[in-house]
Write a protein that binds this ligand. Sequence first.
Ligand code: IMP
Length: 431
Amino acid sequence: MPATVIVGAQWGDEGKGKIVDLLAQHSDLVCRYNGGPNAGHTIVVKGETYKLKHIPSGILRGKVCVIGAGCVVDAQVMIEELDDLETRGVSTGLVRLSGNAHLVMPWHLAIDRGSERRLGKLKIGTTRRGIGPTYADKAYRLGIRVQDLLDPKILRQKIEVALAEKNVWLERVYGAEPIQLGGLVERYEGYAERLRPLIADTSLLIDRALREGQRVIFDGAHGTLLDLDHGTYPFVTSSPTVAGGAAVGTGIGPTRIDSVIGVAKAYVTRVGEGPFPTEIEGANHDRLQELGGEFGTVTGRQRRCGWLDLVALRYAVRLNGITSLALTKLDVLSAFADLPVCVRYLLPNGAETADFPAHQSDFHHCRPVYETLPGWQEPLDGIESIRGLPDDARRYVEFVERELEVEVSLIGTGADRQRVLSPRGLETVAS
Ligand code: IMP
């Protein structure tokens, strides 16, 4: 390998957690490079469901799990996650947290809620986990970093300075209650005690691992179309979700990355507001949503569902430099006789394009041009190799490969960790 990025190729929730979990067995380190408690991985191991927010799913394989500088951490949520894993018998001793990661503070949560309320119909539809305000303060240089937890004097001073400004915002702009300083610093000193043993120079840790020839996975949170720079702005998250973010967000050079696996559902989902050309209307929507269990890991919100969009996926291949694709949840499509796949967009000026529009208005008003493939209409249970797939299911996968000129190296056929087909074998996927 040794360094592979695994990145969501749509609007998040593509099933990355399961793919990371699977490939983690052939790796030494699993590193998160962006996002915070707005991300969620659901992994089913032997019928037991784990919902992870901060901690990379490699934890279930006993791997070193890094939370990089590009992440934002809600200390309380992270500690609850650590405690829950420990209670269930999963050791968290190998979690390493960058001192440069930023903390989601109580005022960030309050501002996220206040801002969405204030935007009304124009709201982003955020996860309300304080993500945007935390990244905004990071850029504004008013953020509080994990390493500030290590020095009570610095911690108190930074909290006081930030809170003095944030309370003005909360009261005057959002009409919200101010946050009391009393007890807050002590609460964070308590978090510091719990997190202290995990705090490390994670850039150095990853560099050493790579020099020793260890295998490193970079686990991207969210999805390509939620990228702050290249996604469907403003309906995006506030961090770089694309593969290039792995270098920035963990502190390694881009030349260290060897391959990029894009994870895409065999259809598309989206949570929150924003344009979505292939969104399905009517009974098929509800059917797909129910069969796919399309309800958010973090917020429990219903996910909007659509047919596979190859224009958007082609864009994801380009932005991330995807070297192979993992196509997940193919089994969910077993229920449908016809499978429309979007191959081009019809733009408002009447032109058709196979490339993602550079201008937001074209994207907002485009219409999908579909090619309809026959469904296979049989369950994919018990299939153990690509040859065992129904012919039409195999043709669906081959169609995607042909259109995108990228190989599909993994195919998800069910929720359990075992139910992934890998035509070339697992060890070779991330190599
Ligand atoms: P935020 O990340 O909470 O600021 O939310 C911004 C947008 O990103 C909203 O549309 C969210 O629904 C979306 N979003 C953030 N994280 C995820 C994710 O992991 N999966 C799907 N959508 C997400």
